[in-house]
Design a binder for this molecule. Structure first.
Ligand SMILES: Cc1cc2nc3c(=O)[nH]c(=O)nc-3n(C[C@H](O)[C@H](O)[C@H](O)COP(=O)(O)OP(=O)(O)OC[C@H]3O[C@@H](n4cnc5c(N)ncnc54)[C@H](O)[C@@H]3O)c2cc1C
Length: 363
């Protein structure tokens, strides 16, 4: 007989799917409400970077722990979830980031010379500035991750929009959705752009900043390289200081974006509608200067919303209101399995990790 769901999870992006999967690991059934298609929101597209380098040592440690969860789940799901080709980072901040990583320990990172850089990242133009390699980093196989997790959760994922949720006087959480009204022991809201709105219903004002983002995908010229690392370029040598890039499965395509985003108003409208096109033109120009291994004509544009917290580009936090937990932040794909486990523990009444509370300003 099917288990009665005890926890409501709102959103089947990577964070909601990982939370539901982590609950299932513990034997707790959940219902995952998704108003669209699983993984179509901020989790859309074919790849993301898993990197350990962050400015906050606590986040480096969280990410290091998360890497082990990805491996455990990859074994269980029988799929490669992160490539084994590493991440190379370029630029003047390399020594500082390396120091933070080495202070935390347990992450295989080191500087690389230009010969090794060429071997690891054969698509890149000549570069001889500071460079480091995060060997346990790599390209997250986002589609495989979303599809394997959604497949493992089966009927627990339902197509339904949550309109509102609130704690009841008798200690449950009431969820009103397009298709009905249910009560649960707890709820976890991982609704991306929709999280702040649902939090307002219980009197929480989340400092989430919505913005728009664009990422382009390019064809690799010639035969795909056997190995190709992800790239973070903060050097400025090729005219940009915030570039991230990652291969698609099979290494025939490479996605490139500027970490810059375009601000939007609270209602989602643009103050400057042309700004997103200007960003994509800059990414394209960067590719023709820095990545001669790519055909500079993009084959795909990914336009999407991102939500970040004011204290850091990598900031994340979880707000709590009577057994309802609201997760928010940016660059959460890599963190999702570890964050999902923390959210599952919180929903099961085991308490929220201190580092995830907003006051900790993790990131
Ligand atoms: C181009 C790009 C590049 C990125 N690069 C990286 C990277 O290299 N590394 C990294 O770690 N991260 C990266 N990120 C960030 C990362 O992808 C996101 O932080 C992550 O995917 C967020 O997942 P999520 O589950 O929180 O949100 P989402 O994926 O947005 O999922 C939220 C879901 O909730 C659903 N929903 C919303 N409201 C409701 C409702 N009321 N009822 C039911 N369902 C609802 C939505 O339909 C959606 O599917 C990148 C993001 C983008 C856009």
């Amino acid at each position: 007989m099917a288990q009665v769901p005890e926890v409501a999870v709102v959103g089947a992006g990577i964070v909601g799917l990982c939370t539901a999967y982590a609950l299932a690991e513990r034997g707790t059934a959940s219902r995952v409400y998704e108003s669209g298609v699983p993984g179509h929101g901020q989790s859309s597209g074919q790849s993301r970077i898993f990197r350990h380098a962050h400015d906050d040592a606590r986040l480096v440690e969280f990410t290091r722990q998360g890497r082990a969860v990805w491996d455990e789940w990859a074994d269980r799901l029988g799929a490669e979830l992160i490539s084994s080709d590493g991440v190379v980072a370029l630029g003047g901040r390399v020594p500082e980031r390396l120091r933070i990583l080495q202070d935390v320990g347990g992450v295989p990172v080191r500087t690389v010379d230009s010969a090794e850089l060429r071997a690891r990242m054969p698509l890149l133009a000549d570069y001889c500035g500071p460079a480091m390699l995060d060997e346990d980093g790599g390209a997250i196989r986002t589609r495989v991750a979303v599809e394997s997790l959604a497949g493992a959760l089966g009927d627990a994922v339902v197509t339904d929009e949550v309109i509102s949720l609130r704690p009841t006087a008798h200690g449950t959480v009431e969820v009103l959705s397009a298709a009905g009204r249910e009560e649960y022991v707890a709820a976890v809201v991982c609704a991306g752009l929709g999280t702040a709105r649902l939090a307002r219903n219980v009197g929480l004002s989340l400092p989430v900043r919505p913005a728009a983002h664009v990422r382009l995908t390019f064809r690799v010229r010639g035969a795909p390289p056997e190995r190709v690392a992800c790239l973070q370029d903060g050097s400025g040598d090729f005219g940009e200081t915030g570039v991230y890039a990652a291969p698609y499965p099979g290494n025939r395509r490479y996605a490139v974006g500027l970490s810059q985003t375009v601000e939007v108003r609270e209602d989602g409208s643009f103050a400057d509608p042309a700004a997103l096109v200007a960003l994509s033109n800059r990414a394209r120009a960067y590719v023709s200067r820095a990545l001669p291994g790519l055909d500079p004509e993009p084959v795909e544009h990914l336009h999407c919303w991102v939500t970040s917290l004011p204290w850091s580009e990598d900031g994340m936090a979880v707000w709590e209101a009577d057994r309802i937990f609201f997760a928010a932040g940016h660059n959460l794909f890599k963190q999702a399995p570890r964050l999902g486990r923390a959210l599952a523990c919180a929903a099961m009444g085991e308490g929220l990790e201190e580092n995830l509370r907003p006051a900790a300003a993790l990131g």
